[in-house]
Design a protein around this ligand. Structure first.
Ligand SMILES: Nc1ncnc2c1ncn2[C@@H]1O[C@H](COP(=O)(O)OP(=O)(O)OP(=O)(O)O)[C@@H](O)[C@H]1O
Ligand SMILES: [Mg+2]
Length: 366
């Protein structure tokens, strides 16, 4: 690589339903990133609807405050969209010449995806060449995003006087972040049923956000599956609030305090028992949906059994979550904070525990 030391600085922005994350990073030519600085603040209420930023002013002024308070100076910026309204599919098409591929893929999209081609920006990539019944086929991964969603994010960058470089989807961002050597800290190595046919070249990355849970599957470091579930950590707050008759704020506090830790057998408080039951119920439902995605990927997307699961996003901090998921799915689960990821470095003066929140913002800079 020529001049691997030349660095590009970016301001990278992830507007989540709950939190806005702004990260200043330096990326060199070998795609190594250094997280120089970051800021996280609450997203102003009711600003995002179906993935579109409806209140560009409110979101921009909050981002502007984060930039000012953290003394960030970089103008080149990248932004990641909410996952809510992004559709992705994997399918096989006949192998054709490169110049005919667009037409073949478009016609396959018309048949397989419930979208209006005019209103969406379509991206696709060829994952693999394979044979089906002796016929040469291409395995294609397609994503479609409504153009009005993309435009609302670009509006935010312009409103801020930044220099827009790209708007990307969370799946790409996660894929780029995890597209590298990941060393699982030796203390955390797990030996869950090593003979169950888990594939070491495939892993899932699950983003537990506040309104969404996003499941990504990478195989040989390439994104092969993506699904957005419209349930997130804030739904747990609502459920606890109802079950334990608490305000949403108290419910969130209880969620963070207890997590899915089992109440002590004889003298668990009534409150702890209620929170545990509610959270267990919700987590079980989510894990069930995750399980269905893993099965769907294996059976219908020409996939394999994933060998590991990495968890990211604020909701991944739920106490006991990784152990609980591991037991339920019989796949090793690792919170990203515990990983040693090749080529990702964070300023020592910053709180590296927050990396859980920053994966999407960092990933789009790569
Ligand atoms: N220690 C914790 N235990 C459990 N949940 C937590 C903890 N810390 C944060 N959360 C939850 O994480 C969520 C916020 O995470 P995050 O910032 O990743 O969401 P977001 O990106 O704004 O949402 P989305 O991706 O759905 O748009 C909140 O629901 C919050 O309650
Ligand atoms: Mg998020």
């Amino acid at each position: 690589m020529l001049f691997p030391f030349i660095k590009n600085n970016y301001l990278s922005i992830d507007v989540g339903f709950r939190n806005i994350k702004v990260v200043e990073v330096a990326v060199n030519r070998s795609n190594e990133v250094y997280i120089k600085n970051f800021g996280i603040a609450s997203t102003p209420l009711n600003c995002i609807k179906n993935g579109v930023i409806k209140n560009v002013d409110a979101v921009s002024s909050e981002i502007s405050r984060i930039i000012r308070e953290n003394n960030m100076k970089v103008k080149k910026s990248k932004i990641v969209m909410s996952g809510t309204s992004i559709i992705s599919r994997v399918f096989l098409v006949d192998k054709v010449s490169d110049q005919d591929l667009d037409a073949v893929v478009n016609s396959a999209i018309g048949k397989n995806m419930p979208i209006n081609l005019e209103e969406h920006k379509i991206d696709y990539k060829v994952l693999q060449e394979l044979k089906e019944n002796g016929q040469d086929k291409l395995k294609i991964f397609v994503t479609a995003v409504r153009k009005n969603i993309i435009n609302s994010y670009i509006d935010v960058l312009f409103e801020l006087g930044l220099k827009p470089i790209s708007v990307d989807i969370p799946a790409n961002s996660t894929a780029k972040f995890f597209n590298r050597d990941i060393k699982v800290n030796i203390d955390n190595v797990k030996f869950v049923n090593p003979n169950k046919g888990l594939n070491k070249d495939a892993f899932a990355v699950i983003d537990f956000g506040s309104e969404t849970t996003i499941i990504n599957i990478l195989r040989n470091r390439i994104l092969e599956f993506n699904k957005v579930i419209l349930t997130g950590s804030s739904n747990m707050d609502e459920a606890i609030s109802t079950a334990a008759k608490k305000s949403i704020m108290d419910a969130e506090r209880l969620k963070k305090m207890y997590g899915i830790s089992m109440p002590p057998a004889f003298d668990g408080s009534e409150e702890h028992i209620k929170v545990y039951k509610t959270l267990k119920d919700m987590v079980d439902k989510l894990i069930n949906q995750i399980y269905m995605c893993l099965t769907f990927y294996e059976a219908r997307c020409y996939g394999v059994k994933v060998g590991k699961i990495f968890i990211i996003g604020g909701g991944s901090l739920l106490k006991g979550l990784s152990d609980y998921m591991e037991q339920a799915l019989q796949i090793p689960v690792y919170p990203v904070g515990l990983l040693d990821i090749d080529g990702i470095d964070i300023n020592r003066n910053l709180n590296s525990e927050k990396l859980n929140f920053l994966v999407n913002a960092v990933g789009i800079t790569l």
